[in-house]
Design a protein around this ligand. Structure first.
Ligand code: FAD
Length: 436
């Protein structure tokens, strides 16, 4: 029996209607394949709907920069690609480095420029004209990328899902995939909760924090941990000045961006290991008032007038984090099974490029050079997308990944001494692990 409303048979079933599943379905349908996307709630009801939705190009490795560049260009022409709006707004991106971090800062700036990012080096004085409300007095230099911005994550995933439908895909909301069906170890279909089977030889698991539990019955153990992320929305005080750019403050452990014309959305830079949670879902996705106050006081150290900002709410979500903070985008386990999960806080901004790469792989069987398996000891400059099978061999899956693995820098040790949440160890640089 086919699941009601869904075709009995299709070329590919995509499980999960977040930005990754919707993008993959969009790209697969664009290649002329029959696609059914199955979503247990509604499109964007998972991490995507809780995302800060920052779109930056500021990554420490070429792979990250290239995926981010391709994706940014897609966001900029989203309406032309999909026929829908994702409400992408260009804000610009700023981040600063203190004197001791300048060598790493300059190396990254050079890499960004080599990769074609319009990143400029500013003195604190020059930064004043770009961001008048910013206290940059402890920075030795700042990087400014005028092209970064943010989008509406719900509009983005919905736009891609609707565009996939226009290309012939079926989007099946309110129905959960209960299990992946195999015969002689090959994928043959998916079973839907409440009854029904969709026959297919290819399944893409893009179920975010739920992916590991769907893959486990097939003997695939994915090294994904769940980390809580809090987002605060603050009304800027009257007289703040022009809306701020995206700002990453590695020393104060906050990121911020404008949210509409009057509000600022802010959260912690770091995934705090103490926030690793045992379950993949939060019983309550509201953000504690004490957390909002803490974010506001940190933000006020960079933007002093934000001490007078008014809390307007916020929310909490769950990051799916891998050991190296790079996503698992790969064929795993049974022939016909693909996974796109463990996005580690980068999934929103990278979703256009990852959906394209995975769509190409699933449709053609050819893995793009950008999807090379990671190898132990691989050059850090080329981390490649994470391979679940490589992780399995190393036993990482049972241990589970810590959200942070780098040696703490002086900045983080200082923060820890003062009882504060530690900023990212690589102050002044944006590693893959920066959760947004
Ligand atoms: C607080 C927070 C802030 C963030 N900020 C940023 C940011 O600024 N920039 C950025 O790039 N990234 C950010 N991220 C990360 C980004 O939001 C995620 O990486 C991305 O949304 C993951 O998308 P996804 O499609 O993989 O997962 P999800 O959006 O979680 O989608 C998975 C979907 O699968 C569905 N599902 C689960 N099980 C089943 C099943 N059995 N059957 C059918 N459907 C199922 C779920 O309902 C869900 O809708 C943030 C994340 C959080 C939590």
């Amino acid at each position: 029996m086919a699941a009601s409303g869904a075709p009995k048979r299709t070329d590919v079933v995509v499980v999960g209607g977040g930005c990754i599943g919707a993008s993959t379905a969009f790209h697969l349908a664009g290649r002329g394949l029959g696609v059914v996307l199955v979503e247990k709630g509604h499109v964007a009801s998972g991490a995507t709907g809780h995302s800060g939705a920052l779109v930056r190009q500021h990554y420490e490795a070429r792979l990250g920069i290239r995926l981010a560049r391709e994706s940014l260009e897609f966001f900029q022409r989203f309406a032309a690609e999909t026929g829908f709006s994702c409400d992408f707004r260009t804000t610009g991106f700023l981040s600063g480095a203190r004197p001791r971090d300048l060598p790493a800062f300059d190396a990254l700036l050079g890499l960004l420029q080599q990769e074609g990012v319009r990143a400029a080096r500013l003195t604190p004085e020059e930064a004043k004209s770009v961001e008048p409300s910013l206290d940059a007095s402890d920075y030795a230099a700042l990087v400014y990328d005028p092209d970064a911005g943010y989008a509406d994550p719900i509009a983005t995933a919905t736009g891609m899902a609707r565009a996939a439908e226009r290309r012939g895909a079926t989007v099946h909301e309110g129905r959960a995939v209960r299990s992946i069906v195999t015969k002689d170890k090959n994928v043959t279909g998916v079973r839907i909760s409440g009854g029904g089977l969709i026959e297919t030889e290819r399944v893409v698991l893009a179920a975010g924090n739920w992916t590991a539990s769907l893959a486990r019955p097939l003997g695939v153990r994915l090294p994904i941990r769940f980390v809580r992320g809090d987002v605060a929305v603050l009304r800027r005080p009257i007289g703040f000045g022009p809306p701020p750019k995206i700002h990453f403050d590695f020393y104060g452990n906050t990121y911020s961006r404008p949210d509409g014309d009057k509000d600022t959305l802010a959260g912690y830079m770091d995934t705090n290991p103490r926030k690793t949670i045992p379950r993949h879902e939060l019983a309550d996705d509201s953000v504690p008032a004490a957390t909002i106050r803490d974010v506001r006081s940190r933000l006020a150290k960079r933007f002093p007038s934000m001490a007078r900002s008014q809390p307007r709410g916020g929310w909490s979500g769950v990051y799916d984090v891998t050991p190296d903070a790079y996503p698992i985008v790969d064929a795993v386990g049974s022939p016909g099974l693909y996974v796109a999960a463990g996005l580690s806080g980068h999934g929103f901004k990278l979703s256009p490029a990852l959906g394209r790469l995975l769509g190409e792989y699933v449709a053609t069987g050819r893995r793009s050079a950008r999807m090379r398996r990671s190898r132990p000891g691989a050059a850090p400059d080329c981390p490649s997308l994470w391979s679940a099978s490589a992780a399995s061999r190393r036993g990482d899956m049972r241990r589970g990944p810590p959200p942070q693995r780098s040696t703490p820098s002086a900045a983080s040790r200082e923060a820890t001494r003062r009882g504060r949440r530690a900023p990212r160890p690589d102050s002044g640089r944006c590693r893959a692990g920066s959760p947004r």
